[in-house]
Design a binder for this molecule. Structure first.
Ligand SMILES: [Zn+2]
Length: 237
């Protein structure tokens, strides 16, 4: 095979490799995974806020319960003295009875507040349970998508390996100078460094070559390397 025909085949393999790399980078599952990861971050933020709320409510409930216990101890103390028989002055007994009454009022208030704190915790607990379920679902989605991506990558990588091997074998037969020239053009011209000349048009830029130029090409020796004067690509006759 003539070097230029080989070059065109190398170009074909390179184009396939570029397409494979593009397919690998833009797998639809990658965008899906990014969306799921965003959802997971949002769930985590909502969960952190709900856990904060839950902690504040639990602490308030804990404080109220210890206040209730302190009031109950005080009531027990005062009542103990009242009924011990040690105190006989009616004025003092009256004051103690009033204190017990006031402490009981205080205890009821605290109990109401503790009940409110407990009740306020219920919707937060429900929210936390909902978020945990949502998170588990999203994590399962992410896991599945990672699997899909991994499988697609393995498949593409196998194609890349096969293409690369075929390309390397082909390119081994090309003169270094031609290869280097082709590589430079490929970098500069969006991956296409060599194209076929077909029906008087360049297969790279798709423009028709002027008649004079075509005539010049026709008369050039077959091994001569000609380029498209419009885009600069190597033309293969
Ligand atoms: Zn061209």
């Amino acid at each position: 095979m003539a070097p230029l025909d080989i070059l065109l085949e190398v170009q074909g393999r390179d184009t396939t490799l570029d397409q494979l790399a593009h397919r690998r980078a833009t797998l639809p599952a990658r965008a899906d995974l990014a969306a799921v990861e965003e959802r997971l971050a949002d769930i985590a933020a909502r969960r952190a806020r709900a856990e904060d709320d839950r902690r504040v409510l639990s602490e308030r409930q804990g404080r109220l319960e210890s206040d209730i216990a302190a009031v109950a101890r005080r009531i027990h103390e005062v009542e103990g003295r009242m009924y011990s028989g040690e105190v006989s002055a009616s004025r003092e007994l009256m004051a103690m009875s009033e204190e017990v009454e006031s402490l009981n009022r205080r205890r009821r208030e605290l109990e109401d507040m503790a009940f409110e704190a407990m009740a306020a915790g219920e919707p937060v607990d429900a929210e936390l349970a909902g978020l945990a379920a949502e998170q588990a679902g999203a994590e399962a989605d992410a896991e599945r998508l990672r699997g899909v991506i991994g499988e697609a990558e393995t498949e593409i990588d196998a194609e890349v390996a096969a293409e690369t091997q075929a390309r390397t074998a082909l390119a081994a037969d090309l003169p270094d100078e031609l290869t280097q020239r082709y590589e430079r053009l490929r970098v500069r011209l969006g991956g296409v460094g060599a194209a076929r000349l077909e029906h008087g048009s360049c297969g790279g830029c798709h423009l028709a070559l002027p008649a004079v130029e075509l005539d010049h090409i026709r008369r050039a020796p077959p091994e001569a390397i000609i380029t498209c004067e419009q885009c600069g690509r190597i033309l293969v006759r």
